[in-house]
Design a protein around this ligand. Structure first.
Ligand SMILES: [Ca+2]
Ligand SMILES: [Ca+2]
Length: 316
């Protein structure tokens, strides 16, 4: 009983508080929220993105009237840095385009309503650029509010870093009677960021296991930086360069990185798998050919005899 009374009094106190607050919050007050985003590689909206020079970037601006009064005039300015060129495809065309400034004006923007603007820009120069969107909102009684938000773009040039294109034979990634086989190639990046790797490869037979390609640090079993998996149908039976688009990884200087194709973990059979191309001789001084034939229990390198066929890409 006691509990019930307490509960009732708490509820009535809350009600009184709400009633007391209400006239204050009903006072007309212009409020608006702005958010600016740029589209990431994976398609999600983010605050900053890293792209290649010459690529398009997509921007998104959202405005919400978070106040309790209609905004009679809402002006929006989006300032593109000189390196970004507007591509003319905004879902709501700007009212004025003044070189690097896109300008929109909206009338009678109701409380709770929102405006979403998206457009693309072309990256022309390398560097780090911030794109700011600013709004200015005025209501009928002439009080006003303003705000801004930004999104940034890092523009770079991806280039080939290591190029070991020589190819003589294939090393099988498969299960054999003495254990599963896997291969790894070490390399020393000269760029600050690794973006992707190409490996020369084919499948043989009809593999029942996926092809796994890893990027590791220091050794074939060192810190795992990323894994890319291909199903058998994504790998050709003819020799081809396979693009391994790793997450862009900032690399430390003087550290060896490894492209690893680990051995199949189960016992699927020995007449199918994948073959990673390699060349005879020491073709590349910055890294070595590694392999395992016992499911990865022991990895061995043959630095003077062979080199896997691979290329690495990145940027500074
Ligand atoms: Ca990448
Ligand atoms: Ca070598």
């Amino acid at each position: 009983m006691m509990k019930k009374i307490c509960l009732i009094s708490i509820v009535s106190m809350l009600l009184l508080t709400v009633l007391n607050v209400m006239p204050v919050s009903a006072e007309p007050e212009p409020m608006c929220e702005i958010n600016k985003y740029v589209k990431n590689e994976d398609g999600s909206w983010d605050k900053n993105v890293s792209v290649d020079q010459g690529e398009d970037v997509s921007f998104l601006i959202t405005l919400v009237n978070t106040g309790n009064i209609t905004i009679t005039n809402l002006e929006l300015y989006d300032f593109l840095p000189e390196s970004l060129i507007y591509l003319g495809n905004a879902n709501i065309p700007p009212f004025i385009i003044d070189e690097y400034c896109l300008y929109w004006v909206f009338y009678n923007f109701q409380p709770g309503h929102n405006i979403t603007i998206s457009f693309n820009a072309l990256t022309t120069v390398t560097g780090f650029f911030t794109n700011v969107a600013t709004f200015f909102a005025v209501v009928e009684n002439e009080s006003f509010t303003y705000g801004n938000d930004s999104a940034s773009v890092s523009v770079h040039i991806t280039e080939i870093d290591v190029n070991q294109s020589k190819f003589d034979r294939g090393f099988p990634i498969r299960y054999a009677n003495d254990g599963s086989w896997g291969g790894a190639q070490s390399f020393t990046p000269t760029v600050n960021t690794i973006t992707s790797v190409l490996i020369y490869l084919r499948k043989f037979g009809a593999p029942t296991f996926n092809l796994k390609v890893e990027l590791r640090k220091n050794s074939p079993t060192g810190t795992l930086l990323d894994t890319i998996i291909f199903t058998p149908s994504q790998v050709a039976s003819t020799w081809n360069w396979l693009n391994i688009d790793f997450d862009d990884n900032v690399v430390a200087p003087n550290i060896t990185y490894f492209i690893v194709i680990p051995p199949p973990s189960s016992n699927p059979g020995n007449n199918f798998g994948y073959e990673w191309g390699y060349a005879l001789g020491n073709q590349y001084a910055g890294g070595s050919y590694w392999f395992t034939r016992n499911g990865g229990l022991m990895w061995r390198d043959l630095p003077t005899m062979y080199e896997f066929t691979f290329k690495t890409y990145g940027y500074n």
